[in-house]
Design a protein around this ligand. Structure first.
Ligand code: PLP
Length: 441
């Protein structure tokens, strides 16, 4: 029997597996357009998450919808495994045109469905091509929700998941704005990297140029460039995970562009599909062709997802969304800094472009991280009650990854609602019973 709209929240609890849920409030989405979600009661909400960044060009972007409709009606290959798909080839060609490549080498693309499979494919290719087993990854990193990508993800390893054998997990250095301190942290971690690379067993260094789930963290200037230089000198490949922050979100096409780095392999997902499942790895042929028939996903490169991906890339370019993300990010940062004057609970806003993190604290005891996390859960619950959707990472950081075409007015509304929600949460308007059913992370 089909679930009626009114029953959606109850049916969610009954039918969707708990291991696939991160719920912060009882949200059901029945339709969405741009930055606006409509829930099962007909209420309109402002979406500041875009499904953890998956709807990067906004919900139901007309150009993406048209491309998907045309591909669905035309029909075409549902798989690149044994038959070429013109849409997949066009997408691969377009992707390679926006990704800088280590020269001279022919470049390839591997297509998939999710950031997890893109990173797993990149890791497998790096191990096969170099003949080395080891991987350097970073504490707080998130590269995938299961399998090989999960086994090098710092957030899961910290929770007790055994790391893949040969994984070296390094500290992820964080820029503080204090130049001396940042240089010191950067150089300390680079020295750790030197030690990990010294044995010659590392196939690849996998890194988010800016960490998202680890707490929305930007590394000190020169860190990524230092990693790239050391990896190249040691014959290890650099994999930049652009799944969440890539494709215009940070104000440039790529997160790594802020450091002028040219990675060996780049992984994409989330917003690439415009809401459909689509991921990609780009990299040199000698790596991505190293183990033929080793990354087999039947519906990879299907013509509908590929058409969506191509439309997404064209939209980002045609609408100047990277520049827009930069501008809107600056506006949000300025507004949150103003709000800080009224609300001491706002410890900091950080990030790049429209990949922002707002860290909260409990002013009664700034050292108490559990109290800060508790407050953050209540604040995002209250924001949802007030009509704004956003989620949290690392306990006490509200993550904003809205559609890149967020309007200036919606940015104002976002910060007005945040300020009100903090006041309401502190005033006790969100009860224990309200948030108890929502475990979040
Ligand atoms: C940086 C990063 N890489 C990879 C992934 C995994 O992507 P997916 O959930 O599409 O498999 C995520 C998901 O949040 C991510 O943030």
């Amino acid at each position: 029997m089909r679930t009626s709209r009114a029953d959606l929240p109850a049916h969610d609890a009954q039918f969707i597996g708990a291991n696939q849920k991160l719920r912060f409030f009882p949200l059901s989405v029945v339709s969405a357009k741009g930055s606006e979600i409509t829930d099962h009661t007909g209420r309109k909400l402002l979406d500041l998450s875009a499904a953890w960044g998956a709807n990067g060009v906004g919900h139901a972007h007309p150009r993406v919808v048209a491309a998907v409709q045309e591909a669905a009606v035309t029909g075409g290959s549902a798989s690149v495994l044994s038959a070429m798909s013109p849409a997949a080839t066009a997408l691969a060609e377009k992707l390679l045109s926006i990704v800088p490549a280590v020269q001279p080498s022919e470049q390839r693309v591997i297509l998939g469905h999710s950031g997890t499979d893109a990173n797993s494919a990149a890791l497998a290719a790096a191990r096969a091509a170099t003949g080395r087993p080891g991987i350097v990854a970073f504490a707080g990193g998130y590269h995938g929700g299961f399998g090989a990508a999960q086994q090098v993800s710092g957030v899961f390893i910290a929770d007790g998941l055994p790391a893949a054998e040969g994984t070296h997990l390094l500290e992820y250095p964080v820029a503080t704005g204090d130049a001396d301190r940042d240089t010191h942290t950067r150089d300390r971690v680079l020295a750790e990297l030197d030690r990990a690379l010294a044995a010659g067993t590392i196939a690849a260094v996998i890194i988010e140029p800016m960490q998202s789930d680890g707490g929305v963290l930007v590394p000190p200037t020169g860190f990524l460039a230092g990693v790239a230089e050391r990896a190249a000198a040691a014959g290890a490949l650099l994999i930049c995970d652009e799944v969440k922050i890539g494709l215009g979100r940070t104000g440039k096409w790529h997160g790594f562009s802020h450091e002028g780095v040219t990675p060996d392999l780049v992984t994409f997902g989330k917003s690439l599909g415009g809401g459909l499942p689509l991921s990609a790895v780009t990299g040199p042929a000698w790596v991505l062709d190293a183990a033929p028939a080793s990354t087999l996903l039947t519906t990879a490169g299907n013509s509908i997802s590929a058409a969506a991906g191509l439309a997404v890339l064209e939209v980002i370019e045609a609408e100047g969304l990277a520049a827009h993300a930069h501008e809107r990010g600056d506006q949000l940062r300025a507004l949150v800094r103003e709000a800080q004057l009224q609300r001491p609970e706002i410890l900091e806003i950080r990030g790049l472009g429209l990949s922002l993190g707002i860290e909260l604290t409990d002013p009664r005891d700034p050292e108490d991280l559990a109290a800060a996390a508790e407050l953050t859960r209540r604040v995002i619950f209250r924001m949802w009650q007030l009509g704004v959707v956003c989620y949290l990472v690392r306990g006490n950081v509200i993550e904003l990854t809205p559609p890149l075409n967020l309007s200036a007015r919606d940015a104002e509304r976002a910060v007005e609602t945040l300020t009100q929600a903090i006041a309401d949460a502190r005033a006790g308007l969100v009860t224990d019973a309200d948030i108890a059913p929502f475990l979040g992370w």
